[in-house]
Design a protein around this ligand. Structure first.
Ligand SMILES: Nc1ncnc2c1ncn2[C@@H]1O[C@H](COP(=O)(O)OP(=O)(O)OP(=O)(O)O)[C@@H](O)[C@H]1O
Ligand SMILES: Nc1nc2c(ncn2[C@@H]2O[C@H](COP(=O)(O)O)[C@@H](O)[C@H]2O)c(=O)[nH]1
Length: 401
């Protein structure tokens, strides 16, 4: 049995408050769940290592080192912890950007129980909290030259904070204006084949003689930014996504005629004649599959661009109201050592006020009512807004001063 840290030895014996934020000078938090106390050690970032978790079993008086699953948060000099629903602990890391601030330690969720049964050991599992009510990803397919990229660019331009593009990997050579990491991750076939074997891809396909694929990371990056992911992939890729765990909306874009498709491909002038011929041959098969496979619930004919774009927005329920309701989250908040957190119903109040900054609007409300997902991936649906107690008004538009 390990040594009980002095700061909460009394609590182990006494009436340790349940469901209450706890904080210690030793950068450890202790959370009571039934007969167990979960001790989270923030670790001094200078000494490295990852954030640690131990369990004290009050019944046996023993310390347990659990198997820790999921991606762990980076060490943090100070953090707070709050128990939610008796099955997960919300950890708020100090001095952190939003994307690294909120973490969930699952201690009694169905996932953890299942893993405990399989592994025959005490298990805890981390998942990262992601801001925003990210909706289903959108898969857009259609023959080469039909206008998928054009429609996606318009959507991203009009709703920059709402949509994020899944940057695919490809073995084809970059076109003149294409940038690595923005339009594609341009890569070698041998490297990509190895990464496919290593399970790094959600889907991949051989398209027009080259390999194309969506990495798991490409989709995660978009979701972590609190945005809805758009995938521009071929029909084979769409089929693989449909068979995967990613729950997406599938849209097929069709040309008004084959002649018009050919005209657009030629006018784009990005392919050689041989490549154009190959793409047109493949287009016939893609059009057939797109319309008859039952894979695509939405089929859009891209005749007049503006009309087609409006129809796309209708499918995605992008009315003017939705547009104006959507606001971006601030980049980061300063959770100094002084911060405190408290839970009221489904809201977590994070108070970062200090003596010097007491006039500043630095009380934040984290809305936990729409949580989705969880370990071993991400816990999504966190919503946050600033609450200025001095003005007595809640600013739900996230416009932090
Ligand atoms: N509705 C439209 N009317 C006329 N031209 C269009 C229309 N939509 C797109 N285009 C043009 O057609 C060409 C092909 O469009 P785009 O590159 O977006 O196709 P794509 O489907 O993304 O092709 P690929 O699959 O090869 O990437 C571009 O030059 C674009 O400007
Ligand atoms: N299955 C996948 N298909 C993809 C992916 N990224 C793009 N594509 C499709 O390839 C063709 C050709 O694209 P181009 O940029 O060379 O013109 C087009 O139909 C895209 O939809 C991917 O990751 N997976």
């Amino acid at each position: 049995m390990g040594e009980t840290p002095a700061f909460f030895a009394d609590n182990l014996l006494g009436d340790f408050p349940k469901k209450v934020d706890s904080k210690s000078k030793a950068n450890e938090t202790a959370i009571v769940v039934g007969s167990k106390i979960y001790v989270i050690n923030g670790v001094d970032p200078e000494s490295g290592s990852t954030i640690g978790v131990r369990i004290f079993d009050k019944t046996s008086g023993e310390w347990i080192n659990p198997i820790v699953l999921g991606t762990k948060p980076e060490p943090s000099k100070h953090h707070s912890a709050v128990l939610l629903n008796d099955d997960r602990v919300l950890v708020v890391r100090g001095n952190s950007t939003f994307s690294e601030c909120f973490w969930f330690l699952e201690v009694g969720t169905p996932f953890v129980s299942e893993q405990e049964n399989t592994l025959g050991n005490e298990v805890v599992a981390w998942s990262k909290g992601v801001l925003g009510n990210v909706e289903k990803p959108i898969v857009i397919s259609g023959p080469s030259g039909v206008g998928k990229g054009t429609l996606i660019s318009k959507l991203m331009k009009e709703f920059p904070s709402m949509f994020g593009f899944s940057v695919s990997h490809t073995t084809r050579a970059p076109r003149e204006k294409e940038q690595n990491g923005i339009h594609y991750h341009f890569t070698d076939r041998t490297v990509m084949e190895r990464e496919i074997k290593d399970g790094k891809f959600l889907e991949f396909a051989s398209v027009h003689g080259n390999l194309y694929g969506t990495s798991v990371e490409a989709v995660k990056v978009v979701a972590d930014a609190g945005k809805r992911c758009i995938l521009d992939i071929d029909v084979q890729g769409a089929r693989s996504v449909k068979a995967s765990t990613l729950d997406a909306i599938f849209i097929f874009v069709s040309p008004p005629s084959f002649e018009e498709l050919e005209k657009r491909l030629r006018a784009r002038a990005t392919e050689t004649e041989e490549q154009i011929q190959k793409r047109l041959r493949n287009a016939r098969a893609e059009l057939e599959q797109g319309k008859s496979s039952g894979l695509f619930y939405h089929i859009l004919v891209n005749d007049d661009l503006e009309t087609c774009y409006e129809k796309l927005k209708n499918i995605l329920c992008l009315s003017e109201d939705v547009k104006s309701a959507r606001k971006t989250f601030p980049e980061s908040i300063d959770l100094s050592i002084e911060h405190s957190v408290s839970k009221i119903d489904q809201n977590l109040l994070i108070n970062c006020s200090t003596a010097e900054h007491e006039k500043a609007s630095n009380v934040y409300v984290l809305d936990l009512s729409l949580l989705k997902g969880g370990a071993p991936g991400r816990t999504r649906g966190l919503n946050m807004y600033a609450n200025n107690p001095l003005a007595g008004d809640v600013n739900r538009d996230n416009q932090l001063s």
